[in-house]
Design a protein around this ligand. Structure first.
Ligand code: FMN
Length: 160
């Protein structure tokens, strides 16, 4: 039977995570839901749930973490985390709160991915931003491959 997948995301700064979420959904046939766009998404119909946002102040968006802590998942659901960040090499740290929310729900995590996103926040704005043009083609292809491997039931461990 075909795996039913959904991707729930929040993207506020430059639409970086929106582009990644869209590429993933296209690649793996997942439904795509922007958190806050309409009534709270019902996850109970999905085998695989992707959760992602930009990293803001060292974590995923608080609304995404709060949603994850409260949402109703299918009994045997699995999840993956993704993000875009100014400094993706610290994804292990950035992903901790959302990872903890999933672990608190006893939802197995099958993969995590953090990609570089154009960042003009605070001091970076003064120097024209970092990661200009990213996520670009290379990162979006990486996001597609990551999503495909997950719906095919393979774990995709890479963080960044
Ligand atoms: C308010 C704010 C706080 C941020 N804090 C961090 C941070 O702690 N670590 C980091 O690596 N990037 C940080 N960034 C950069 C964003 O994570 C990055 O630009 C991301 O791609 C934004 O995604 P979005 O365009 O989907 O919102 C921050 C950006 C903003 C606007």
């Amino acid at each position: 039977m075909r795996m039913r997948a959904v991707i729930v995301y929040k993207s506020l700064h430059h639409g970086n995570t929106k582009r990644v979420a869209g590429a993933m959904a296209d690649a793996c046939g997942a439904d795509l839901v922007r958190l806050g766009e309409r009534k709270t998404p019902d996850l109970r119909a999905y085998d695989l749930v992707g959760l992602g946002s930009g990293i803001y102040h060292s974590r995923h968006h608080p609304d995404l973490v709060a949603f994850t802590a409260k949402a109703r998942f299918a009994d045997d659901a699995r999840a993956f985390l993704f993000s875009t960040a100014g400094v993706p090499s610290l994804a292990g740290l950035w992903h901790r709160p959302l990872r903890a929310a999933l672990e608190g729900r006893r939802i197995p995590i099958t993969g995590e991915l953090c990609l570089p996103g154009y960042d003009t926040y605070a001091i970076f704005g003064l120097i024209g931003g970092i990661n200009r043009g990213r996520p670009g083609d290379r990162e979006l292809e990486r996001a597609r491959e990551f999503a495909r491997s997950l719906v095919q039931g393979q774990g995709a461990g890479a963080l960044s």
